[in-house]
Design a protein around this ligand. Sequence first.
Ligand code: ADP
Length: 594
Amino acid sequence: MLKSEQYSIPYPFMLFDSLDEGVYIVDTAWRYIYVNNKAAEIQGKPREELLGKNIWELYPEAVETVSYAQAHRAVEQNTPVSYEVYYPLLETWFECRCYPIAEGLIILLQDISERKRQEEALRQIQARARRLIDANIIGVVISDMDHIFEANDAFLEIVGYTREDLAARRINWIAMTPPELLPLDMNAIQELKEHGTFTPFEKAYYRKDGSLVPILIGGAVLEKDPLQWVCFILDISEQKKLEQALRESEERMRIALKGSAIIVYQQDRDLRYTWIYNPLPGYTVEDIVGKTDADLIQAEEAAHLIAIKRRVLETGQNHQEVIKATGITGMRYFDLSIEPLRDGNGEVIGVTGTSMDVTERIELEHRKDNFISMASHELRTPITVLKGFTQLLTKQFEQQGMHEAVSMLKKMESQSNKLVSLIDELLDASKIQAGRLDFEEEPVDLDTLVHETVEMLQESNPTHVLHVNGATHKVIQGDKERLGQVLTNLITNAVKYSPQANSVDITLSTSKKAALISVRDYGIGIAKAHQKHIFDRFYRVHDPSTKTFKGLGMGLYIACDIVKRHGGDITVQSALGKGSTFTISLPLEKEEPF
Ligand code: ADP
C-alpha cells in the first residue's frame, strides 16, 4: 500500500496523461518519479516497471548516447536542452527537451518521425530539382508577376541575358513576350492560381538581341502570396525549323504535283488508304482515306490492283504497270509505280505509290494502232495486185525472151515481197495489240519445220552458211506457219546483225519438258542494258554500231508473242561484239489451248 501511495499520481500530473508527448520526471539520482501514459507506451513497459528505477541502469546502452550527454549537460549546467534523437529499436525519431528542476529533470519526448520523413522527402525533391536546374538541360526560372529573379544558365543561354541582368532584375518576362502572345500567359497565370500548375504551351520570347526564340513553357506555383512560380522552358527552335522544313517540302511537293495528274498515296497492310495526295478525279481525300480499291473502282479492276499490291507486300519488290481504273468519272488509264513501305526495322508495313493518269497517251496510242492497222490493210491489197501483175508480166516477157525486162521485173517482185512482209509485220503487230492474232492448231514436226525453213532461207541468204545441229524428234501442237515465222525472224536477224560473219548455227535439242531451238550468230551482239527491251514493240537498239541496220523493231515483239501463245518462252544470251544466241523453248505438253 505504501508503495502505490508513494507513486500515486498527484492530480495535476494526471493532465499529462492526455498529452501525445512522452513526459518523464526523474529525481536527482536519475530515478523515474513520474511517467505519463505516452512515455510508458514509448518505452513499451508498464509504468510500475519504470517508476523508482534508474534510467541508466535500466538502459545501460543509452550511456554512450547523445541522450546521456544532453541530460547531464542540462542538470550540470542547470539549463534546458533540446535535441533530436533516433531510437533504432523503435525506428522512431524523437525531439527530446529536458528541463532541470529542483527535484531532478523533466524530460519530454515527442515523436517527430513523420516530420523527419517529410523533411527527407523534401530534401530529396530539392536535390533532384537542384540537379535538374544545374544540369541545364532545360531552362528553369522563378518569377513573379513581372520579373524573373532566379534562372539557371540554360535559361540565360536561351534568351541571351547574363547573370548581371538577372541580378539587376532586368529580365522582365512581360517585356520579353510579343504582345499578341501575352493572353496565353494570362490564361496560364489564371490556371496557376486555380490549380497550382498550368498546362505547358508554346510561345516565344524576344532575346536580348531582339531576335525571337520559340519555346515550350510549363510551370507550378511556388508561393501563393505574393504569387511566385517556377517555370520550365524548352527551346524548340530546332523542332520549329524541322516543322517548317517539312511544311516547305510538302508545299514544294504539292506545287510540283499540282495539275500534274500524279496521285501519290500510302496504304497500310490491309491496303486501306492512309494518306493520299491528288485523289482520283471526282473524289476527295476524305472519300478515299480508310477505303480500299474495292470500295472505289470497278470490281474486276480492283481485284487486279489489289493482287499487284499484295505481291508488293509479300515480296517487298516494287512494281510498275499500266492499269485501267473505272471510278465515278469513268474509265481512266494509270501508270502505276508501287513501292513497299517499311518501318524503322525494315518490316513492310504497307505500300506507297504514284499513279499517273496516262489516259490521253494510251488513247493516242490506240488511235495510232488503229491507224497502222487500217493503213496496212489498205496497203496490202494494191501491193498484192501489183505483185500479181509483176509475176504475169515476168512470164510473158520470159516467153518473149526479153531477159533484161525479166531481170528488172524480178527485182520489182523482190522489192514487192519485202513490202508485203513489212506490211504483214505491221498487221501482225496491230493484231497482237488488239488481241486478235489468229492461230491454227495442228501437229507440227519441229525438226522438219526447222530444216524446211533453213533450206528456204539459205537460198535467199547466200552470204552465210546456215548449219543445223541435233534434233528434237518431237511433234508438238501448234501453228506451223507462225512458228516458221518465228524461226525466219530469228535466222534473218542472225544474218542481218552479223555482216562480218559467214555462218549461223541452229541447234535442236530437248529438255525434260520442252523442245529447244537456238539460233546462234557471230555478229555485233547486244549490250546487257538493251537485252530486256528488244522484245518490246518498236524497240530498236540505237547506237553507232547498229546505225546501218534497217528495220522497224517489230520482229522480236511478234516472235515473242507467238512463242508465248504456244506456252513457251524466248530468251537471249549475248555479249557485245561476240554474237547472240536466241533460244525458243516450246513445251512438249501444252497446258492451255491458244
Ligand atoms: P528489227 O526490225 O529492228 O530487226 P527486231 O524486233 O527483230 O527488229 O529486233 C529488235 C532489235 O533487237 C533490233 O533492232 C536489234 O537492235 C536487236 N537484235 C535483234 N536480233 C539481233 C541479233 N541477232 N544480233 C544483234 N542485235 C539483234
